[in-house]
Design a protein around this ligand. Structure first.
Ligand code: GLC
Length: 403
């Protein structure tokens, strides 16, 4: 069996970490399979996947294509702007598809597995007719006006859809239609790296703050700077936690993706923190490559997405690290918290509710320990690489007719 994965970026956000774990799981389960990856940009993922023994090639997206995205299109003006950007991207995209087609012909994989909305379309357009293409959905697509239309029109070139949660699977069905088989398959987490003990990041130093006193409870949001990850809800919640509660908060992460307008700027968040009078109660660490070390430095991991979260890899990673999590109740994140015997949630965008949950957890170390233990148990049961490989194997074999 040979599988060629196509993924838009070499950066390591959630969908890319999930790709890495998926390849690691398949490599362990089927050492004889040939696994290759084509990335739309260079970045740290190249070395990480190469280290797994898979071949990695970078076929860089032209800039006009890299920055193209319709997630923020909500008015006629911005729709016209998007169409203008599409027009500029048209020719470079056409050239890119030709190069991708040549590359796919040269590799002649049994299956092409695409890992992001742009690659779903490019893969479907570039793959030879006889090669099955699997679209792996990490995000909701139905709400994206242009992308969902293009996906619907190209769905007949897609042999199967894998979705990172049941919630995303439902959305994918509405986009691709009933003729496409859709399989919900949860992501895996590296349970050795994301473990309760191990190195910790010095968050105070990273945020350029004086060391916090020992009784301080550390609360953090670990996320890319996508606008819907709820940084502002988190900051507002912090301003509602009484000053007498000894917490220090951290915003861990930075703008990662190139899609125009999709990311919030650090300065915007810093200004908001200042306007809320948070002062030294919150620090900004920037992107931390070793996210496991960052998570382990926290007592409470906050997930605050204001839109339904497709899966919520950071929730799974925090569970695996045995940390107490407060998750926002929406999308696939609900499935993760429901799998856990003990979980604490708040409604998306509800800063008051989030503040109350933080206050309860800050005051109750025994509750934090209980949540952490139950999270780790859930991770060992639900997020193993082996489980993911077992679920994926029949999908590939059914499509490639290789047994
Ligand atoms: C995307 C989703 C996120 C998910 C990740 C891995 O980044 O937005 O919810 O955890 O992919 O599937």
């Amino acid at each position: 069996m040979s599988i060629l994965f196509l993924s838009p970026t070499g950066q390591t956000g959630g969908a890319e970490a999930a790709l890495h774990e998926m390849i690691a799981g398949l490599r362990d389960a089927h050492p004889s399979w040939s696994l290759g990856v084509v990335l739309g940009s260079d970045g740290p993922l190249v070395d990480r996947i190469t280290a797994l023994g898979a071949r990695v090639e970078v076929l860089p997206f032209p800039p006009a294509l890299a920055s193209l995205g319709d997630w923020s299109v909500d008015g006629v003006g911005s729709l016209i702007g998007l169409l203008a950007r599409c027009a500029v991207a048209l020719w470079p995209t056409f050239v890119y598809i030709r190069r991708l087609r040549r590359l796919l012909r040269a590799h002649a994989p049994d299956v092409v597995h695409t890992n992001g909305l742009k690659m779903h379309l490019l893969g479907a357009w570039a793959a030879p007719k006889a090669t099955p293409v699997i679209w792996h959905f990490h995000d909701f697509a139905a709400g994206r006006r242009l992308t969902s239309r293009l996906l619907r029109r190209s769905a007949r070139r897609c042999a199967a859809v894998i979705a990172n949660s049941r919630s995303v699977a439902q959305d994918a069905r509405s986009v691709c239609g009933d003729a496409t088989s859709v399989y919900p398959v949860w992501n895996a987490v590296d349970l050795v790296r994301f473990a309760p003990t191990g190195p910790r990041a010095d968050l105070d130093a990273l945020a350029q703050m004086p060391p916090a006193s020992p009784e301080v409870v550390r609360v953090g949001l670990v996320a890319t700077f996508a606008r819907w990850k709820g940084h502002e809800t988190f900051l507002e919640a912090l301003s509602l936690v009484p000053a007498s509660v000894p917490i220090r908060a951290y915003i861990i992460g930075g703008p990662l993706y190139e899609t125009a307008g999709s990311q919030i700027a650090l300065r915007q968040l810093q200004e908001r923190a200042q306007a809320l009078g948070l002062g030294s109660r919150v620090g900004f660490t920037g992107f931390v490559a070793d996210s496991a070390a960052a998570i382990r430095s926290l007592d409470i991991v906050v997930h605050a997405s204001t839109d339904p979260e497709p899966f919520g890899l950071v929730i799974a990673e925090a569970m695996a690290c045995g940390r107490a999590v407060v998750a926002s109740r929406g999308g696939g994140a609900i499935e993760l918290t429901e799998a856990c015997a003990d979980s604490v949630t708040h409604m998306p965008g509800d800063a008051r509710g989030l503040a109350d949950r933080i206050e309860e957890l800050a005051a109750d170390p025994a509750l934090r320990t209980r949540l952490g233990a139950s999270g780790r148990e859930t991770a060992e049961r639900c997020f193993t690489r082996a489980r993911m490989a077992v679920e994926l194997t029949p999908i590939y074999q059914g499509l490639a007719h290789v047994h």
